[in-house]
Design a protein. Structure first.
Length: 402
């Protein structure tokens, strides 16, 4: 099967920022599993090929140093990207995942269910009193931010300032749209956050242990303990990933239900469908639209040889609408089963916060299916524009208690 070469101007970033990228994804899938894109990149669209390449160790997620310097200059953002778990390879990657997994593993996350439910109820109460809820700013962001702050050990009074800085730092993951002002924000946020988390870590040195990552850090033996810089940068990445994924999953899911009111009625009639609905939201409008990989050596895909050094964009959003895997793939079905979506990626670098994002989303949609009646939009929704993440900036609803 040959790769399409007719549209080299296409980019994954362009597709991800569209209001509706799915017709373009369908066109690309029809042309074959691989398509040429700008700058010699490859776009991969079919579910089978994307799933295989997510697990192919010949592809790595660390970008060449020349690329990161070109987009970020010589500021602290380059060092940050080089230290986070997303760009590391074993054995460093293994150590980082093991440590972070202690706080984000499924057994730990399940114990947070009551705490997350109480936090969601507290956020929803004032919205129900006034009859209006912005799903993004009043629920889908503050809920995961509070939970991740608890996991790291950030005191309540410090959280607004920390969040402001983390939002500035998050621009480092949208290289395609960076402006000089964004670079200044990144370069100002990182030193402040480094100093803050290093001090937080220092304070916990004399009282190791406990449920927070800052407390767990000092439980490690001196030989197993991460370097402070590695710990700090990966806590910042965890903070970013923790609220980004949940924000996209919740806001995209609510928007999908607004566009498919029959599925919302179905969910209200049978709240037991909430877990499968969350999986369907991950498939239907994935919060992570694409992931980038670099070929460390030549890789042959569907009869096409990808040369070493080429970048490969795995389009999760396109793979999740592949009709050879998902019957009636363009239709939202909150009871879809089976549902082998790739909404959280896969392989070595699959999303660390999957269990936490799933739990928070289930909690939210249980409320929206039960205690909260969504009357409809209260104002136009505002789509966020990002090169790889799909969500909303604002999603105002008219609501009332049921």
């Amino acid at each position: 099967m040959r790769a399409d070469t007719a549209r080299p101007h296409l980019s994954a970033a362009f597709l991800a920022t569209q209001d509706d990228p799915y017709p373009a994804y369908a066109e690309l899938r029809a042309r074959g599993p691989l398509s040429r894109a700008e700058l010699g990149q490859w776009l991969v669209t079919g579910h089978a090929v994307v799933s295989t390449l997510l697990r192919d160790h010949r592809l790595e997620s660390r970008m060449p140093p020349e690329y990161t310097r070109l987009t970020l200059g010589d500021g602290p953002g380059v060092e940050f990207l080089n230290r986070i778990v997303l760009t590391r390879t074993p054995p460093e990657h293994t150590r980082l995942r093991r440590f972070i997994g202690r706080a984000l593993g499924t057994p730990v996350v399940r114990r947070l269910a009551g705490q997350i439910g109480a936090a969601a109820d507290a956020l929803l109460e004032p919205a129900l009193d006034r009859g209006r809820l912005d799903v993004v700013t009043e629920l889908a962001v503050p809920l995961p931010v509070g939970v991740v702050c608890d996991l790291i050990g950030i005191p309540t009074e410090d959280r607004p300032e920390v969040l402001t800085r983390v939002i500035s730092l998050a621009k480092v993951f949208d290289a395609a749209n960076l402006t000089p002002a964004d670079l200044r924000d990144i370069n100002a946020a990182l030193p402040w956050l480094h100093d803050y988390l290093a001090e937080l870590l220092s304070v916990r040195r004399d009282s190791p242990g406990g449920p927070t990552l800052a407390g767990m850090y000092w439980e490690e033996s001196a030989t197993d303990r991460l370097a402070v810089a590695d710990f700090v940068d990966n806590m910042l990445f965890l903070f970013h990933a923790g609220f980004e994924t949940t924000m996209g999953l919740v806001s995209n899911g609510v928007a999908a239900l607004l566009d498919h009111p029959e599925q919302l009625r179905r969910l209200r009639a049978d709240p037991a469908l909430v877990p499968s609905a969350v999986e369907e939201f991950l498939r239907y409008d994935a919060p992570i639209q694409n992931v980038i990989r670099v070929a460390r050596e030549p890789v042959e895909v569907a009869g096409v040889k990808i040369r070493a050094g080429r970048t490969v964009l795995l389009l999760l959003g396109a793979a999740n609408r592949d009709a050879t895997v998902f019957p009636d793939a363009e239709r939202l079905d909150v009871g879809r089963d089976p549902n082998p979506h790739l909404g959280f990626g896969g392989g070595l670098h699959h999303c660390l916060g999957t269990a936490l994002a799933r739990l928070m989303s289930v909690v939210v949609f249980e409320r929206l299916a039960g205690a909260v009646e969504v009357l409809g939009p209260a104002a136009p929704r505002v789509r966020r524009r990002h090169a790889s993440l799909r969500s909303y900036d604002r999603l105002p609803l008219a609501v009332r208690a049921r």
